[in-house]
Write a protein that binds this ligand. Structure first.
Ligand code: GLC
Length: 464
């Protein structure tokens, strides 16, 4: 399964800051995307047959829900990152020396990014779990919302950087059973997913700002804890299908004994899909807060937020419009990736009703147009200013997000189109010459935000 050791030290700025957005300008975009594609492929991809097999359902699924939620939601600031480690009242935003493993030259972030704020004083942050009582939480309802959105999997934070565990773990008291709520929230969600036919995954942060052994002296002991927790999770919740580890990619695998960790996971469950944040070559890459590049070789999943924040930031934080969320999904599918759309539930246990609204509308769109997304692969036409294309069997779906001034033309296309239609109804005509393929749709038959032209081919030859 493991092909080679990744180079633990990044050689370029972007490789180390994978969460950086690509520059705005489109020519720079292309350069960045190319860079990113090249940087990821050789380093991180597990290309074994086992990896290809376990990715089957995940590649077809396309759309999942990310859930960033724990007692930090009570403070309506950013999960983990908002914690002010200094003993002051949170008003002096000095450098903030967070606990650091201090090994392999790695130090934690000290500066305060805007999205880490407002800072929550330590004496408040450390006791938030004592006020955590999400009385409106209903796992079945929660999962039903994901289902209504057309999502096929759900990935929930089991433990974020702050070390708080959202399941009934026997390895620390810092867990959800020691809140006034006394309920195994992760377990309830796992069971609800099982009941609803929804794949279930967990996010787990190796970084831990609560565990006393997380640091240079006792890292080996901390790793025993980490490995034991992952084993416990897999044994307690047998329907876990995916693990989303989380630490910057330049933390080398040695930090977590990552190879042994992967061996243990796949020894217990060979079919678990794992992301690329453990320093070990793995199943998929994770562009964060931006849409991945068109790439038919390296699997990826973009994780995106509704508000720019991962966890609940209050109703004053604007939520992106439905169209933006939908475009993100279409762009992911058409560049051969997945979209993991984040919700940051309220301390009440509810998903923000504004987010529910966006999700329902995406779900309604998928109910009508899902055949052009689920189970497809990107291409054969690369993404461009017009939009993207996907295909399944002998059908190509051209997603036109922006009509060009002149013709919509795809040069050098070899396939023979036998018929064309607009998926939402209406006529599409194609003109095919040796030069390529031109598509026409009358203004009246174009739909916002995406006109989907389905092309039937005599035979489709692609790599996907
Ligand atoms: C980053 C952030 C973290 C968030 C994650 C989601 O690693 O540090 O807060 O959970 O991205 O991908």
């Amino acid at each position: 399964m493991i092909n080679s050791d990744p180079d633990p030290i990044p050689t370029t700025k972007h490789a180390s800051t994978w969460c950086a957005r690509p520059p705005e300008a489109s020519t720079e975009d292309a350069a960045f995307e190319q860079f990113w594609t090249d940087a990821q492929k050789p380093k991180w991809a597990d290309k074994s047959a086992a990896s290809q097999r376990r990715l089957d359902w995940w590649r077809d699924a396309k759309f999942g829900m990310f859930v960033h939620w724990d007692p930090s939601s009570v403070a309506a600031s950013e999960i983990s990152w908002c914690k002010q480690f200094y003993d002051d009242n949170g008003e002096r935003l000095l450098d903030n020396p967070r606990p650091t493993p201090g090994l392999h030259g790695i130090e934690e972030h000290r500066i305060w990014f805007d999205w880490f704020k407002p800072a929550v004083p330590r004496e408040v942050y450390d006791y938030l779990h004592r006020s955590f009582y999400p009385g409106m939480f209903d796992a079945d309802k929660f999962v039903a919302t994901a289902k209504e959105a057309g999502m096929k999997y759900l990935v929930q934070v089991s433990k974020h950087h702050n070390g708080f565990c959202m399941w009934d773990t026997k390895f620390t008291k810092h867990n959800v059973m020691n809140t006034p709520f006394h309920r195994d929230i992760l377990g309830e969600m796992a069971r609800a997913c099982e009941g609803a036919g929804m794949k279930f995954g967990i996010y787990y942060s190796q970084r831990d700002w609560h565990h006393p052994d997380y640091g240079p002296e006792r890292m080996a002991r901390y790793n025993e804890y980490l490995h034991a927790q992952i084993r416990e999770l897999l044994e307690n919740y047998p329907n876990i299908s995916l693990i989303f580890f989380d630490c910057e990619q330049y933390y080398p695998w040695q930090m977590w004994d990552g190879k042994e960790l992967f061996r243990m996971i796949h020894g217990l469950r060979a079919d678990i899909v794992i992301n690329d944040r453990c320093g070990v070559p793995s199943d998929f890459g994770t562009p964060e807060q931006w849409i991945g590049a068109f790439d038919l070789e390296r699997d990826w999943e973009s994780c995106m937020t509704f508000t720019g924040f991962w966890s609940w930031h209050g109703f004053q934080a604007p939520v992106i419009p439905f169209e933006e969320c939908l475009r993100n999904l279409i762009q992911c599918a058409g560049r051969n990736g997945n979209l993991l759309m984040n919700v940051g539930p309220l301390p009440t246990g509810q998903i923000d009703p504004r987010e529910v609204d966006r999700l329902r509308r995406v779900g309604a769109w998928l109910a009508a147009n899902g055949e052009s997304i689920y189970g497809t692969r990107a291409g054969p036409f690369p993404s461009g200013d017009y939009g993207v294309s996907t295909h399944r069997g002998n059908t190509i779906y051209v997603h036109v997000l922006q009509w060009p001034e002149g013709d919509l033309k795809f040069p050098r296309f070899q396939g023979r189109v036998t018929s064309a239609r607009v998926l939402s109804g209406g006529k599409a005509s194609v003109h095919q010459t040796d030069d390529g393929l031109t598509i026409f749709v009358a203004l009246a038959d174009r739909v916002e935000p995406d006109t989907i032209v389905a092309l039937e081919l005599a035979e489709l030859k692609t790599s996907g």
